[in-house]
Design a protein around this ligand. Sequence first.
Ligand code: SAH
Length: 310
Amino acid sequence: MDYTELMITVPRESVDDVTFELSEMGITSTQIIDNAVVDEIMDRKNDYEWDYIEPELADADRSKDPKICVYFEDTREGRSLMEQVRERFSGYETEGDTVHEQDWVNEYKKHFKVCRLTDSIVIRPSWEKEENVTAEFGPDKKILILDPGMAFGTGSHETTSLCAGFLEEYGCSGKKVMDVGTGSGILAMAASLLGAEKVLGIDIDPTACQVAEENVRINKCEDTVEIREGDLTEGVDFDADIICANLMADLVCMLSAHVKEHLRKDGIFFSSGILTEKKDTVASAIEDAGMKIIETREKGEWCAIAAVYA
Ligand code: SAH
């Protein structure tokens, strides 16, 4: 079904009143677009709420009035309700736009293309033909089929490819690998393609777990890869030769202390998702946890660290 999105521009002090009036008209689901919330988010930088913010968002113009966004179904009732809302708020600037449901679901597909993950692995979006991979990368690549859906991990992000590069170059053949924060399951499946004997992918987000399980199924690696919902390694019983974690700096620091409990002697810990400015803090946490840093790699503003439990 298509929807009409109506945006009502209101002064900041009227947002609550207008939202209340809308709820009296039976509209309880609204979205408020207000650049001023960026300041609130910026204030929470030190509470491990976020690690990276898009520069455009950080620089957004706070002086603009907020917009209240309401969606109406493209039915007779929906259109009539929208007219009532337009009339009631005729004193405010309103703009309407049609939203095709198909676009919501498939928007990300436009931006997610066949791409190289490591020297030997190429990512093929599940809706792309295999010929497109062969045409671009030749016939010898290992192909990982992926539909990231609502989960993070298309392979195009530096943090993912840094970690995948470590998995490939240090080798996974015959190894037991744990992937903490598996997202779309991309690193867990890459480890399997690289010859791992057993892989456990963990994620705190149930939607990511569903997506990862579906990807494991389409890549036919269920025998090697298991996906489990959970918080970091809490309550997990798995002895790994390799642990990889593409999270963010603070989470990697928190995880480091637990990594050793799950890592065999001489096992390796690959961590990624670390802004270069936080490299030293994370490296210290890893060393404090009793591991030795063996390599650090950087791509753009991101870095990844390889450490060994010697
Ligand atoms: N491994 C993928 C996805 C990384 S995104 C890749 O490399 O591209 C990080 C993932 O970690 C997200 O899916 C998020 O849900 C998950 N995550 C965040 N906090 C977590 C926690 N405390 N325990 C487990 N997973 C967590």
